[in-house]
Ligand binder design. Structure first.
Ligand code: FE2
Length: 330
């Protein structure tokens, strides 16, 4: 059994997890930076991470009951993410790897969202819908890598709803609040539905919805309802085409939007039409967390993946389809 300590710090969450390659999560402690106003300020978020890093590390070790002699490697999410935030986690991970003479394992944050969801749902070879504040992608494993079968061309779906929420005065996290208001809506207002091939565009939809709020011609609940319906239907459409093409028997959603009941309802109806099974990752692993980095790091280490400390630079734009996945077979 390979046991790895993993560190997450790509965006607003600093997390430390300890997990084994056979799927036991021994610790998962996380703390999320909440801006007083506006969106994530990378420098402020990185200050939050520096402040909480040692406390969260101690807590994770205490909960697991392990010391560093029990741990086989240190995994770090090197990207994609915000530079200042990534550097806090990377600095701690390099330090721990050098101090305790452990291999350092580079983990792609997006792939970690997929692997924790495969573990959590028990799905072997799913079509993966990865939707969060920072990402919107439809992917599956093929020819050694996770290949993209659709993604946003501009802002992610989660970001579209978060920014909308913030602009109308709702505090972060905005998505559940927008959905709550949307559930009271009765009238659908036509909105920009932008699907280009397998790709999506959400920035025009966001601007359109915000302009409608300013115009005050429609009720807020009808605007929220129409925004949510349009945004989610676009994603369901491209997911359905990917599913028909790939003919997968399992479909999962991972990332922060896996917590959305409305989105999961829509996806599960579509998936049932194709005689496939749908599951969302459980809420505790939906958002960014240290456990997913630790678990993916353990899979990677078992397959021989590690990186010299002096090459472990952060990779803010690291795409998941650039990463070989030696722990999975075709
Ligand atoms: Fe994430």
């Amino acid at each position: 059994m390979t046991i790895v300590l993993g560190i997450e710090s790509t965006a607003h969450t600093f997390g430390v997890g300890i997990a084994s390659s056979d799927g036991i999560i021994f610790a998962n402690v996380n703390d999320t930076y909440r801006p007083a106003s506006g969106g994530i300020h990378p420098r402020e978020a990185s200050e939050h991470h520096s402040k909480f890093a040692s406390e969260l590390l101690r807590k994770a070790l205490n909960i697991s009951g392990f010391s560093f002699s029990d741990i086989d490697g240190i995994a770090i999410a090197l990207g994609p993410g915000l530079g200042p935030c990534l550097r806090v986690g990377a600095t701690l991970a390099r330090f721990l790897a050098l101090l305790h003479k452990k291999p350092l394992i580079p983990v792609n944050h997006a792939i970690a969202h997929i692997e924790i969801a495969r573990l959590n749902t028990g799905f072997e070879d799913p079509l993966v819908i990865y939707v969060a504040g920072g990402n919107t992608m439809i992917t599956t494993f093929k020819d050694k890598r996770y290949r993209i079968f659709g993604e946003t061309l501009d802002i992610p779906l989660g970001n579209c709803l978060d920014v909308f929420a913030r602009e109308i005065g709702l505090r972060y996290p905005g998505v559940p609040k927008v959905e709550q208001i949307a559930r009271r809506g009765k009238m659908y207002i036509e909105m920009p539905y932008t699907v280009k091939g397998q790709d999506l565009s959400y920035s025009g939809l966001l601007t359109y919805a915000l302009n409608l709020v300013k115009e005050k011609k429609y009720k807020l609940e009808d605007i929220c309802y129409s925004l949510v319906e349009t945004a989610y239907s676009m994603l369901v459409e491209v997911s359905e085409r990917a599913l028909s093409f790939l003919n997968k028997k399992e479909v999962l959603i991972t990332g922060g939007l896996a917590r959305s009941k409305i989105l999961s309802e829509k996806l599960s109806l579509m998936v049932a039409d194709h005689d496939s099974v749908f599951k969302p990752v459980s809420p505790k692993y939906a958002g960014d967390n240290g456990a997913m980095i630790a678990y993916t790091g353990a899979l990677a280490l078992d397959a021989g993946v590690s990186i010299p400390v002096d090459e472990s630079y952060v990779r803010p734009l690291w795409r998941m389809d650039e990463v070989d996945i030696p722990w999975r077979r075709e």
